[in-house]
Design a protein around this ligand. Structure first.
Ligand SMILES: [Mg+2]
Length: 215
């Protein structure tokens, strides 16, 4: 059985799209002008702004007596539920399984957060296995998490493919267990100092799956 391993964050799912969805809902719910959502997106800095600072600035801005804790609560409840699987990614997962691949999602992160995103995006029913690092006790690039995913699919790592956006964790980790790799750069350049490189690059997850299916 052929095996396709897939990273989750910024490979199948797009954090930016989820954040925009959350920001629009937050602004709408509070009766703020729609343009405020753009301000929130800028403030977020793609998640790199420390959350405490983010919550404090959002609370200060809306002038409705909102506290940073109120914002934090809305964020914790709603943001993870704002993830959606892009339709072309869902189609690609279905195509891969129809073509005879077992598909596993292999993701580094906390159980609660990763499960919330997976369920919001409807992904568990589109794949054969999910390995979350906190649940498994191993994180990419540790070979043990790739082996766990293969075992759970009843498939072999020999001849497997991995699609991911993280040079070290996804591409390096998968190469070390003998898998071929497709890298999704998300606008970055491959770090040339690494002693390995991916077998292919693709702009989107759907394109990456097509490269695998055409190989
Ligand atoms: Mg990723």
């Amino acid at each position: 059985m052929a095996l396709l391993l897939c990273d989750l964050d910024d490979t199948i799912l797009c954090r930016h799209d989820a954040f925009v969805r959350w920001a629009r809902a937050y602004v709408h719910e509070r009766g703020l002008p729609a343009a405020e959502a753009e301000w929130l997106v800028e403030l977020d800095q793609d998640g790199y702004r420390p959350r405490d600072e983010f919550f404090a600035l959002v609370a200060e801005r809306d002038g409705l007596g909102t506290t940073p804790d109120d914002v934090a609560e809305r964020y914790r409840l709603d943001f993870l539920r704002s993830f959606r699987c892009p339709p072309d990614a869902a189609d690609a997962l279905t195509r891969a399984r129809r073509a005879g691949f077992s598909v596993a999602i292999v993701t580094n992160g906390e159980r609660r957060a990763q499960e919330a995103k997976l369920h919001a995006a409807g992904l568990p029913q589109l794949v054969d296995a999910v390995c979350i690092s906190e649940v498994e006790g191993f994180a990419k690039p540790d070979r043990a998490i790739f082996e766990r995913a293969a075992h759970r699919c009843g498939a072999d790592l020999a001849g497997a493919w991995m699609i991911g956006d993280h040079p070290h964790n996804d591409i390096g980790g998968a190469r070390a267990v003998g898998a071929r790799t497709v890298w999704i750069p998300n606008g970055r350049r491959w770090p040339e100092e690494l002693p390995f490189s991916p077998d292919a690059e693709a702009t989107t997850f759907a394109q990456a799956v097509d490269l695998v299916l055409g190989s």
